[in-house]
Design a protein around this ligand. Structure first.
Ligand code: MV4
Length: 447
């Protein structure tokens, strides 16, 4: 096992990783920008190193400074959290060259999944059902029209280096293919420095359902069920839950085992998420994330498995603590992402938290790095915490969530808490009757 882990992140996820390290008896190093000197993860870490000024590119993305902090403190591994350097294959490679363990999958697996065309071909080869579409990059109108005619309209043109929805263009008929292709290519080139695009059948009203997996790096893999992340705004998840209200146990077992076997076949190491669109009872692979995700706690709540602990175990060579047969899904969990934003305009609201009272009690978990008197800096994303609630049934979970939201007080800044107080009482949400477009429609009309 490692002696000392450096946490190359900030906010609630830095604290989450720190907690897992402490429970494993591993010493911790926090790195931080000058904007984060007063952050909770810096206070709670055994050691801390300031790695630069507020802009991420000069601090949390600064590989040289992070390596120097590793050298100064003698850390033997780095946990990258999510965002920042977590899916940077070069970073994983550089660490390996320096004899520092990257707590995550191999650089090669990160690289494959970062290219959405290669990811899809790899998924297909491993027996995962994918969205019908082109096998490779599309550059000319003739090929685009031929593929679109084969799969049927509407089609979606996506950037190979994309993700997060940027550079996507829908074409509803052959007449709009040419313009959609050229717009998608130039947007992709501008956004990612890579104008490769591919074509898929456009699914009109799917749910976003993702499968959590763990690979032991030695040819073993397990799945930990799904998370339904359909409630999103501008490609940012807002509410995530497990189990999905749309799946039964047989469907879960079937897609879960497909993913577990794929992860084993790939020789994948650590935590990963296989993302699907789900429509009319069918799963369609879209992407794989090779990191710990923001919404990992809903899976932890229904399985009782500490995902960060497993990531660290696998990276150290200790293997997974469980087999597939040991994993059971108990009850229901919902996560609400609390952002420092106006609840209807979503304008960021950094500043000082004048009063802070998080909820507690049975089945209530709050993952947050903030505290009363803390000033949220304006330099980073606006997630200030996550409220995760567990209940024996979805109904009990919703009742408990309503109660926890009533208790939660954050004064001095605007937060998205009022949005969740509305959502928890909405009939569609209570019925689990929503898809990837539901929240945008709700906000445009009622919101
Ligand atoms: C799609 C799709 C419909 N059909 N692919 C958006 C982000 C990117 N990671 C995948 N995305 C989508 N891909 C096909 N073939 C619809 C979306 C999509 C979406 C997906 C998940 C959650 C919210 C979404 C909102 C708009 C579009």
């Amino acid at each position: 096992m490692f002696n000392k882990v450096l946490i190359a992140n900030r906010g609630e996820i830095a604290l989450r990783i720190l907690r897992a390290c402490k429970e494993l008896g591993i010493a911790t190093v926090a790195v931080h920008s000058t904007a984060d000197s007063e952050a909770m993860h810096v206070r709670l870490a055994d050691e801390s190193v300031c790695i630069g000024p507020p802009p991420s590119r000069d601090s949390y993305l600064n590989i040289h400074e992070i390596l120097a902090a590793c050298e100064i403190t003698g850390a033997d591994a780095i946990h990258p959290g999510y965002g920042f350097l977590s899916e940077n294959a070069k970073f994983a490679e550089i660490l390996e060259a320096h004899g520092i363990t990257f707590i995550g999958p191999s650089a090669e697996h990160i690289r494959i999944m970062g290219d959405k065309i290669e990811a899809k071909n790899t998924a297909k080869r491993l027996g995962i059902p994918v969205v019908p579409g082109s096998d490779g990059a599309i550059t000319d109108d003739v090929t685009a029209k031929r593929v679109a005619a084969e799969i049927g309209y509407p089609v979606l043109i996506k950037a190979a280096s994309g993700g997060g929805g940027r550079g996507m263009k829908v074409a509803r008929d052959e007449a709009s293919i040419s313009e959609a292709l050229s717009t998608a290519r130039s947007e992709a080139g501008a956004a990612f420095g890579d104008d490769s695009v591919y074509i898929e059948k456009y699914l009109t009203l799917p749910r976003h359902i993702e499968i959590q997996v763990l690979g032991d790096g030695k040819g073993g893999g397990v799945h930990l069920g799904e998370r339904d992340c359909s409630l999103q705004r501008r490609h940012q998840k807002v509410w995530e839950e497990a189990n999905s209200p749309a799946l039964n146990a047989a469907e879960r077992e079937k897609i879960g085992m497909i993913c577990a076997n794929a992860i084993a076949g790939l020789g994948y190491s650590g935590a990963g998420t296989i993302e699907f669109l789900y429509e009319n009872g069918e799963f369609y692979f879209i992407e794989m994330n090779t990191r710990l995700q923001v919404e990992h706690p809903v899976t932890e709540m229904i399985t009782g498995i500490d995902l960060v602990n497993e990531q660290i175990r696998v990276a150290s060579g200790a293997g997974l603590s469980m087999k597939q047969a040991d994993i059971a899904f108990t009850g229901h969990a919902i996560e609400c992402r609390i952002n420092a934003e106006h609840p209807s305009t979503f304008v960021p609201s950094p500043g000082r938290i004048a009063y802070y009272h998080p909820p507690g009690g049975l089945g209530v978990r709050v993952d947050s790095g903030v505290y009363q008197g803390y000033s949220i800096p304006p330099n980073y994303d606006s997630l200030i915490g996550k409220l995760i609630v567990h209940g024996r049934s979805r109904v009990e979970c919703l009742m408990r969530l309503r109660r926890a939201l009533d208790e939660f007080v954050v004064d001095g800044i605007e937060t998205t808490l009022p949005l969740f107080r509305n959502l928890v009482s909405n009939p569609d949400i209570q019925d689990g009757n929503y898809n990837i477009h539901w929240l945008e429609h709700y906000l445009a009309n009622a919101g």
